[in-house]
Design a protein around this ligand. Structure first.
Ligand code: C5P
Length: 231
């Protein structure tokens, strides 16, 4: 029998790129023992699979078909979670700036977003789900028990991303990164479907001058205030 999943609690962690959603979400999921959905990785996987098939981000129809057949798996290991597309581990390519750009274009297509809803909602399993993205609290899980929207200045986000990519050995130029992030932010914020905006009932945390630990602590305080977590 399939388990009824709709009552599993969800904590939505939304916000623009480079704001620390991934690290905060992983910390919450680890400390609560809940499942984790990295919805950005889902859009990135579509972008990567589209690139591999020579599909552009202009035509919705083949992209929607691709979403229906997406061979996407997440594999947990001691160092985190690996993403497999078409059976291959694609962690490094998935985070490249080229895939970031395509993902943001693909994500602006309403039919693509719609085609990915069921897949994202299938992650809602007991004991609970931390859902990381842009529209977790507004569209995918509007009934989430707790919605946190993280913000930080574009300069700070570009700096954080620069360090991340440099650490991975990617050759990046800060100014280019900043303008790419600004462009992606604008597309994500101004698109007509699921724009990156806080839900009306979201708690907004500006992390510009906060350490990651401080943001996690603040988020955990909200989790506890809601009585969520290990019983
Ligand atoms: O969060 P991340 O940077 O990995 O997301 C990659 C892209 O996927 C974003 O720029 C955004 O356009 C898109 N995205 C989205 N909705 C989500 C998650 C990501 O539109 N829930």
């Amino acid at each position: 029998m399939t388990e009824c999943t709709s009552s599993a609690p969800v904590i939505a962690i939304d916000g623009p790129s480079g704001v620390g959603k991934g690290a905060v979400s992983a910390a919450l999921a680890g400390s609560l023992g809940w499942h984790l959905l990295d919805s950005g990785a889902v859009y990135r996987a579509v972008a990567l699979a589209a690139e591999d098939r020579g599909l552009g981000a202009e035509n919705a129809e083949p992209l929607v078909a691709l979403c229906g057949n997406l061979d996407l798996h997440f594999r947990a290991h001691s160092g985190g979670i690996s993403v497999l597309v078409d059976g291959a581990v694609v962690d490094d390519r998935l985070r490249s700036e080229a895939v970031s750009r395509t993902a943001s274009k693909v994500a602006a297509i309403a039919q693509v977003r719609h085609a990915l809803l069921a897949l994202q909602r299938s992650f809602r399993q007991p004991p609970g789900l931390i859902a990381d993205g842009r529209d977790m609290g507004t569209v995918v899980f509007p009934d989430a028990q707790l919605k946190i929207f993280l913000t930080a200045s574009p300069e700070e986000r570009a700096n954080r991303r620069y360090k991340q990519l440099k650490d991975k050995g990617e050759d990046v130029i800060l100014e280019r990164l900043f303008s790419d992030i600004a462009e992606r932010d604008r597309r994500d914020r101004e698109r007509s479907v699921s724009p990156t905006v806080p839900a009306d009932d979201a708690i907004v945390i500006d992390s510009t001058s906060m350490s990651l630990d401080a943001v996690i602590e603040r988020a955990m305080a909200h989790v506890e205030a809601k009585g969520l977590g290990r019983s």
